[in-house]
Design a binder for this molecule. Structure first.
Ligand SMILES: Nc1ncnc2c1ncn2[C@@H]1O[C@H](COP(=O)(O)OP(=O)(O)OP(=O)(O)O)[C@@H](O)[C@H]1O
Ligand SMILES: [Mg+2]
Length: 361
């Protein structure tokens, strides 16, 4: 249904461009659910916005195609996209909770949204609103509430109900629960999963918490610095992840079902600055297993099993990587390496500074 090919997105920023998404490809079948994971800033929301042509003024799709039911969305007019958007692709975004209008009841807002995209009478739209409210576990009387009368979790469910009311072909949920407490998050995720099965729409679920994907999605795509590092069938991925970045993420977000696992280990260092040209594998600076090759050449996405691809030069060494990645020392040595590198750069800068001062004298 959705076939994204080589999608690249750039933002114009002061003094240059920032390539937030760089050559990303994936497909989404009808009724399939895809999870996009990765740390903050890796380009997840940018993909969602690009699919819906909701990029801000300084952002543009700089390459690639987005085929939706065979039609390329890239190059379509804003008007054409707007018509299609809510009806066929619905977005539940990171900040959706705040998008409810405080001066109207949620019922009024949802009925208006339904009528805006269909020929339903007010009565029919009301019946539909009741139906989707019950799907997300909200009582009919809540339709008469104003947003401030609802808890955060209820507001988020109302937003999800609004997205569902139009029976979209694709639901894009961009961190739909991050603003909520963990218990409420869990309940909403269960609902989303149930609804997704019931109405058989496809779903793109965006999150930085890898453990959430295992519960909600059939396919997982791991992104880093605007690139796809690994894409796989979720079962295959959680049984046997390949990319060192994925191994690191798994340590940082151990599954809720794996009780008694060792403490969390976050990946030392920070993601690359995407406004600078990238060389080699984007993860090499933070990778415990990186070699000279990784520093110079970018690895292609390579098939490692059926429905499982990983962009690492050393996919064949994954068994030992998995063992090493489970140890705290492995990541500790990365932290030391990064710190030493920073010290060296500082020292280098100081020498240069001295030289400039010397030359000036
Ligand atoms: N409007 C903008 N102008 C310039 N740069 C932007 C803009 N929006 C996002 N970016 C940059 O693009 C990159 C990708 O951002 P994006 O919001 O897509 O990441 P994300 O994976 O959704 O992160 P998060 O988990 O924090 O939501 C980041 O480096 C970000 O700073
Ligand atoms: Mg985001």
């Amino acid at each position: 249904m959705l076939d994204v090919q080589n999608l690249s997105v750039e933002y114009k920023i002061q003094g240059g461009v920032l390539r937030a998404v760089d050559g990303v490809s994936f497909t989404l079948k009808r009724a399939e659910s895809l999870g996009i994971v990765g740390e903050s800033g890796c380009g997840k929301s940018t993909i969602a916005k690009a699919l819906l042509q909701l990029l801000p003024k300084n952002g543009k799709i700089s390459g690639g195609h987005v085929f939706f039911d065979g039609d390329d969305l890239v190059g379509k007019s804003a008007e054409e996209i707007r018509k299609m958007r809510q009806k066929r692709i619905a977005l539940v975004s990171q900040s959706a909770m705040n998008s409810l209008n405080p001066v109207h009841t949620v019922g009024k807002q949802i009925i208006e949204a339904i009528r805006c995209h269909s020929r339903m009478s007010v009565k029919e739209a009301y019946a539909r609103a009741v139906e989707v409210f019950s799907m997300v576990g909200l009582e009919e009387k809540r339709l008469r509430s104003f947003p401030h009368q609802l808890s955060g979790g209820m507001k988020q469910r109302a937003i999800i109900a609004m997205a569902l009311s139009l029976e979209p072909d694709i639901i894009i949920a961009d961190e739909p629960t991050t603003a909520l407490d963990v218990v409420v998050q869990g309940r909403i995720l269960q609902r989303i999963q149930k609804i997704h099965k019931e109405i058989s729409s496809s779903m793109i679920f965006i999150t930085h918490d890898i453990s959430v994907v295992s519960e909600v999605c059939e396919t997982i795509m791991v992104m880093y610095g605007g690139r796809v590092m690994e894409i796989a069938d979720t079962d295959s991925f959680f049984r046997a992840p390949y990319h060192p970045y994925s191994l690191g993420l798994q340590n940082a977000f151990p599954s809720i079902t794996e009780i008694g696992r060792e403490e969390l280990v976050s990946i030392p260092g920070s993601p690359p600055n995407l406004s600078e040209p990238q060389e080699g594998c984007r993860f090499h600076v933070r990778c415990p297993f990186a070699t000279e090759t990784c520093r110079i050449q970018e690895p292609p996405l390579e098939k490692v099993r059926d429905d499982h691809y990983s962009a690492c030069w050393y996919n064949d060494k994954v068994e030992s990587f998995r063992r090493e990645a489970g140890k705290r020392d492995t990541w500790e040595s990365v932290r030391k390496r990064i710190e030493e590198q920073i010290l060296r750069e500082d020292a280098h800068e100081e020498i240069e500074h001295e030289e400039i001062k010397g030359a000036g004298r």
